[in-house]
Design a protein. Sequence first.
Length: 274
Amino acid sequence: MYIGAHLSISKGFRAIVEEAKSIDANTFAFFLRNPRGGAAKTIDARDVAEARELMAAHGFGRLVAHAPYVLNPCAAKPELRAFARETMIDDLHRLAALPGNYYNFHPGCHVGQGADAGIALTTEFLREVLPEAGETTVLIEAMAGKGTEIGRTFDELARMYDGVGDASRLGVCLDTCHIWDGGYDVAEHLDDVIGAFDAAVGIEHLRAIHLNDSMNALGAHKDRHARIGEGHIGFEALLRVVKHPKLAGLPFILETPNDIDGYRREIAMFRARN
Ligand code: FE
Ligand code: FE
Ligand code: ZN
């Protein structure tokens, strides 16, 4: 089982791998730059080489880098779309230092243009960005449907996926809090949810899981993450996600409101029952 948490890259790659090890994680997520989209730190080749050696020695799975939250690939203003495109391409070029991993992004908010227009813009965005992905696989994250977010339904994810043409560097990341808030009952009907995803997108395109409880009720469209077992989904349901045979081998990333000790505790909860 590959399980980890979203950690800070501020002390570098070797330090983040050491921190992951210290909480019994064997994968992790990170931002390459400030989540608001600021300048990225320069990547030190030696630091990355040491990190990669350490991960290989300790059997780490694939990492899941996260695009800055502020990017809106389907913004109405062309300059905002250009900023999203340039920032993401820059991140992808940096990730060439860590080949073979994942990079997930939020498909965006249509800001009143309508979901169809938003989906068309984000699909076009992917067509422009994916040729720069190198050996990284870009993952569309399923969203809660807060405000004008696109990518709430598996059908919307499928339309983006199917629209890009060459999808060899594209996959999907499901966030348990987001899809619960989006109306998919992962607590009581997990098999049906996985079946619906398989029918719409194809289970083979599911590459990573963000493992979060939710502060809100099913279908609330809120997107407020809760600690594992302290939300409306619950620990036993999230344990069924982690143990589901169709999700075996995926990286499970905690994005719960926690400090490092909280992440260590949550990873231990899952490892104790797996
Ligand atoms: Fe996210
Ligand atoms: Fe997430
Ligand atoms: Zn979220």
